[in-house]
Ligand binder design. Structure first.
Ligand SMILES: [Zn+2]
Length: 143
């Protein structure tokens, strides 16, 4: 089914459903379309684009800025909590993670900086690393 906004010569606008665009053309060609307000039979489309019933197709509206801010705050709080027992190792992250994975160092939770290539190499070696959702300010930078 397809719905068109139709308009008569007097300017009345109304909606009508059709099985297809072709069905609209056929009914219009045979003079079967009439304005429900003034009974005019000179009917044409009020808009060019047919409104196919598309309620489910619409992209969801972006969340309002306040909701996004609240989400970010919750995410930051969760990350801070997760890192409470984690040791900052800075740029030596890849070396530390590799040493722990190889058993050269006792295992502990660490976080630090790694390039994408380093992180990928670690994953390839079977070392489980995960990017943090938010950037971390290195402790030495806060002093
Ligand atoms: Zn009319």
């Amino acid at each position: 089914m397809i719905v068109f906004d139709l308009r008569c010569t007097r300017g009345d606008v109304f909606e009508a459903w059709f099985a297809s665009s072709a069905a609209y053309e056929e009914q219009r060609g045979r003079g079967l379309l009439r304005c429900p307000i003034c009974d005019d039979d000179q009917i044409e489309k009020a808009v060019m684009a047919p409104q196919v019933a598309a309620k489910g197709n619409r992209a969801p509206a972006p969340p309002p800025p306040d909701a996004a801010k609240a989400m970010l705050k919750a995410l930051a709080a969760a990350q801070t909590e997760a890192l409470r027992n984690s040791r900052w190792v800075g740029a030596t992250f890849a070396d530390e993670a590799r040493a722990m994975h190889g058993g050269e160092k006792p295992k502990e939770v660490i976080h630090g900086q790694a390039t994408v290539a380093e992180a990928k190499a670690l994953l390839d070696e079977g070392v489980s690393v995960a990017p943090l959702p938010l950037p971390v300010v290195p402790p030495e930078a806060t002093n």
